[in-house]
Design a protein around this ligand. Structure first.
Ligand SMILES: [Zn+2]
Length: 488
């Protein structure tokens, strides 16, 4: 009730721009989610996967609406679909709307409902991909079809990309598209994809919608200690196992300093305000940040993984017999780097490993930072707060990574935005890659409305060129440079 009052008494909001959303779109988003789930696109890693059936489904639904799809494969079966909808304002800069078609494996025996049934039961769609992210694919697809039926055109060009292989290395998906087909993304300045904009129940009466505006970078490390091999009964001060163990211990126990990125700083400021707490000063010390988080209750979980770099030892390997000292020992560490804190990550690892242990990246993905003061971020937030009056959109840095990392190589700034209104107790984050993955039908309907409003709001891109010169420069530089990954 309190929310309604706030809505009525608040500023006069414009009438919802949804006259063109017919009954069909709300039915279709549910059927499309369910049917996409039924097309098993499990990605087993190492190049093993088959997105083709889902790609064909998407392509034929687009073609049926008069939107011309392109199917692109680096390897047979690993199919991507790209299409462009021309906007009414050519100066506004294009917007990329992307979603992956693959899913992680699911063990049917563990599930209450078969993971590839796509069953709709009691107002909930069940199955692998229900939230990651065939729901979002279905929303984008149903929405652009509804626009086509109603003759609605968005202000910005919208490039739709349905990708393969996001759940592994992206080699056959967004990485391939960025390397081989950058021209398809010409003019795109910003992208929207998983996985923000879900209801986060932060406490009594406090509903938040974290909108993704950054991602930590991935740094999977291999540590190698060399020493003098020998008999286990002899004195040995160059023991690879103890050298490695010491380095692993230092890494595991290290307290990383707080490093506030613009997104996390903005998130903390907003959360402090919503909780009636004193905001942090510009040079708040670690203890103050920790003290603030301690007072944020459930909302703290939204920022906690992203106020610091992290590095957790996860694997150890050494030796083959109890009385033999091996010459080498290795360990793996799962590291995550914040935007702007990569150099510090390197230097800290150098110091923690010391002279006897070498470390290297086994897998590395760049961190991302998107502005939270952009017109697009404002439009995304407004649409959420419009359809869930009394709730609050908050900026959010994701602790993991998405296809946005690959598209960033084309200069595309990524936002995490898959709008879903979820009931209290619905543990969205636990369902990612989890058992009994599912999405309420109501949440999909909310998503359609919010996405529609946000995409039609007309928020221009960050460097929406007023003159063609600006656009030409961007094409020459950004697009060509794209073949060089920005962070290895
Ligand atoms: Zn995903």
């Amino acid at each position: 009730m309190a929310e309604l009052t706030e809505q009525e008494e608040g500023t006069m909001k414009p009438a919802p721009r949804q006259g063109h959303l017919d009954a069909q779109v709300f039915e279709e988003v549910v059927t499309a989610t369910s049917e996409l789930i039924r097309l098993d696109t499990t990605n087993r890693g190492g190049g093993e996967g088959n997105e083709r059936p889902a790609a064909e489904y998407v392509a034929s639904a687009l073609a049926d609406a008069g939107i011309e799809p392109r199917l692109l494969e680096k390897k047979p079966g690993r199919t991507n679909v790209v299409a462009r909808i021309e906007g009414t304002d050519p100066a506004a800069g294009a917007l990329l709307l992307h979603g992956h078609l693959d899913v992680v494996p699911a063990e049917a025996a563990d599930w209450a409902v078969h993971p590839f049934s796509g069953e709709v039961r009691d107002g909930v769609v069940w199955g692998r991909g229900a939230i990651d992210m065939k729901d979002a694919d279905a929303m984008a697809l149903s929405l652009v079809r509804a626009w086509a039926r109603a003759g609605v055109r968005p202000p910005r060009d919208i490039v739709l990309a349905f990708t393969a292989d996001e759940e592994d290395s992206a080699e056959f998906g967004s990485d391939f598209l960025v390397r081989e087909h950058p021209e398809l993304f010409e003019g795109c300045t910003e992208g929207i994809s998983e996985s923000g904009a879900f209801t986060y129940h932060a406490g009594p009466g406090l509903r938040l919608y974290p909108v993704g505006a950054g991602e930590r970078g991935t740094a999977w490390l291999k540590l190698t200690a060399h020493g003098r091999a020998g008999h286990g009964s002899k004195v040995n001060h160059a023991n690879a196992v103890s050298r490695l163990a010491a380095a692993v211990h230092r890494i595991g126990e290290y307290e990383w300093p707080v490093r506030l990125t613009p997104t996390v700083r903005a998130a903390l400021a907003r959360l402090a305000e919503l909780h009636g707490l004193r905001p942090l000063g510009p040079d708040a010390q670690d203890a103050e940040v920790d003290a603030l988080m301690a007072q944020l209750g459930r909302a703290a979980a939204l920022v906690e993984p992203t106020v610091r770099n992290s590095a957790n030892p996860t694997m150890l390997e050494a030796g083959y017999k109890v009385n033999v000292i091996p010459g080498t020992a290795t360990a793996r560490v799962d590291g995550r780097m914040l935007p702007g804190a990569e150099e510090e990550f390197h230097a800290t690892l150098d110091a923690l490993t010391g002279p006897d242990v070498r470390w290297e990246f086994q897998h590395r993905e760049v961190p991302l930072q998107a502005p939270v003061d952009s017109p697009l971020f404002a439009a995304l937030s407004e649409a959420l707060e419009y359809y869930d009056p009394g709730a609050h959109a908050v900026p959010y840095c994701m602790s993991g990574g998405t296809d946005a990392k690959q598209f960033s190589r084309l200069g595309i700034v990524g936002y995490g935005f898959t709008p879903l209104k979820l009931p209290e107790g619905f543990d969205y984050q636990a369902l990612f890659h989890g058992v009994d993955e599912r999405v309420p039908v109501e949440a999909l309907h909310f998503g359609i409305r919010v996405l529609d409003r946000a995409l039609l709001a007309g928020a221009k891109g960050p460097h929406a060129p007023d003159d063609n010169a600006a656009r030409a420069t961007q094409d020459d530089n950004t697009t060509r440079d794209a073949t060089t990954p920005s962070g290895g």
